[in-house]
Design a protein around this ligand. Sequence first.
Ligand code: BGC
Length: 426
Amino acid sequence: MAIEQEKFEQLIKEFTLDTDQLKTVADSFRKEMVSGLAREEGASMAMLNSYIGMPKGDEIGDFLALDFGGTNLRVLNIHLTGDCKAEVIKKVARPLVTEEYNLINKDAKADDTFDFIADMVAEAVEGVEDKKFYLGHTFSFPSIQENIYNARLINWTKEFAIPGVEGEVVNDLLKAALERKGVKNVEPNSVINDTVAVLLAAAYQYPDTRIGVIYATGYNACYFESNHKDGAAPSIVNMECGNFDKLALSSCDEELNAKSERPANQHLEKMISGRYMGELLTIAAARLSGKEIADDFTAIDISDMLADDENSTKTLAIMKAKMGFECPECAQKLRELAKAISVRSARLAAAAMVGPIWHIAGDNPIEAQHIAVDGSVFQFMPGVQDTIKAALAELLGAEDAAKISPVLVTGGSGTGAAIAACVASK
Ligand code: BGC
């Protein structure tokens, strides 16, 4: 199959961001943070107060952690040791989507989904029904909070669409389900976003951390705000920066938006996160080949292509499976497109780190710090971590960039939720 070189170059160009463009993104990101904090009309980042500060490290006891944020749901029984350590005593994990059922789409029923969760909670405390547990809930969707318990879902993201949950206090729905299931010894007492959970957990390992990032199926970040202009106590702010929209969208981004559950939302997330990168490649490959691709590429396909050998062995197999044909020249082009999409994603992720780095420093010099990152894209996609580092140097200069260490912090959703449950129980 012949590839039109011009079309290919145009697509690569669409996915390329030069240093100036990246600086503009970082700069507008910082401004949007301030605009969101001031609740200005049209601000694209919600900048939600989490009503929790950085942990002290002395949190102690057994707590339940619920991790609800992707297609895999987890309930953990976690022991906090009181000296910055967390041990998982029991873990129950189950998918919310299988070939037999789908508990997250438009046809799902909120009660069924929360009953499913309540059953998993019951399983996590099986055998210890005589002991009371506080439950921390890592709920990874934009939620407006009035306090550490009361988180109301603003809108679903990541293509979740369960009716009847938007506008509701999610922990009330969970409590009702626990009652229906007769689980009497578990009390949900807190809700945090997964970015907040990662930051809380990271503070146990790296006390200089002030920014937490999720770079996975979804994308978002939070930071510790020590100076709320409205007089609120210092606390972690969930930026909901996946919705950042001061971006030049490519025609492939526009096409992806149009097909998504919420076309006008989550523009940055759709350019960065694992949920959408594969779909962007599908759109680009369909344009290049002139063929319809029924089965979308995934972020895992992109990782496989990036790690492929010089004969593109894996890429050819993926092409055959998803596009119905294989040709070495096309496979090479497909790999270059995959690389452009993944590099753009990582460069944007770096720009979105620089926004809060600048905001936190204000007029002072940037301090040495870790940035806690969890998520499969950061952990597994070849080249992503190096690209972030290079982009940080481009944006901050070598000297300041050397002070910034993005680190992988796994298991934060559980540890962070346990810390939140402990703090809320006091
Ligand atoms: C949600 C965020 C979440 C992120 C990562 C986004 O779609 O809006 O709340 O932190 O995904 O899970």
